[in-house]
Design a protein around this ligand. Sequence first.
Ligand SMILES: NC(=O)c1ccc[n+]([C@@H]2O[C@H](COP(=O)([O-])OP(=O)(O)OC[C@H]3O[C@@H](n4cnc5c(N)ncnc54)[C@H](O)[C@@H]3O)[C@@H](O)[C@H]2O)c1
Length: 290
Amino acid sequence: MAEMKSMGVVGSGQMGSGIAQLGAVHGLDVWLIDSDPLALSRASKSISSSIQRLVSKAQLSQAAGTSALRRLQCTTNLEELCSADVIIEAIVESEDVKKKLFLELDKIAKSSAILASNTSSISITRLASVTSRPHQVIGMHFMNPPPIMKLVEIVRGADTSDETFNAAKALAERFGKTVICSQDYSGFIVNRILMPMINEAFFTLYTGVATKEDIDTGMKLGTNHPMGPLQLADFIGLDVCLSIMKVLHAGLGDSKYAPCPLLVQYVDAGRLGRKCGIGLYDYRKRSPRL
Ligand SMILES: NC(=O)c1ccc[n+]([C@@H]2O[C@H](COP(=O)([O-])OP(=O)(O)OC[C@H]3O[C@@H](n4cnc5c(N)ncnc54)[C@H](O)[C@@H]3O)[C@@H](O)[C@H]2O)c1
């Protein structure tokens, strides 16, 4: 397959904005789409300041930063994706909502385009099944934040072709990422292992074993994790963590994956983590109250 020139990213939240930045910095023309204009304007500001930071640290030249920003366009209109070589979906972690989007993307995208999902856990095979091109549907699971984290987990659906896999791998490598490949089972590799640990940290807090500070310090200093599991949950988004636990529970059918009631309660209360200012910790101050 010829080198990709243009990319669409749907969903301009934490993940979509970072993926769009990667595309623009690595020479692709990028359309960033969101149904919420406010999310788009937040994304546009955060990408500009992130690129400015790279320029000020001399990790990117001023000229490269300026042309990256010039290559990035934001819109609420999905039809703009008609000429994209690849479209990466990074919207809310809901199978129904993602399927509805894939159905629309299949109609809009050119016939050669690859449709990728950044889903953390949802079956690529099922997302692909609503399209007329299941061999061109693949999971490209970037880590948070995409410009910094070195890994992309590529997930092959039941019908994903070798050509699609090779093109997705080449794109991730063009972005400077290391690729791992997972079969299409709930949670893939990384979240199959990470999310039960985060859920267990919630159970540890819920059952009064320790304070959140001691749980996080224990895992940081005791197991050399760069941040504790509860702080990491805030960083990922508690709604995202809960959705992934539900997918693991439903998909793998084992009660060990049942979401902790305390995690459910935080989401019900709208305490979704860093992105909304409060989760387990309070980010409305300068630094989290640890
Ligand atoms: N947060 C993480 O650490 C992380 C890491 C890897 C993968 N993911 C996955 O990436 C995806 C996005 O997660 P996020 O944390 O960026 O979420 P987010 O809540 O920050 O952003 C989601 C964005 O999608 C938009 N959106 C929702 N439905 C839409 C639609 N139908 N059309 C267009 N835009 C729509 C919302 O307005 C929002 O701006 C999820 O599938 C998640 O599981 C998240």
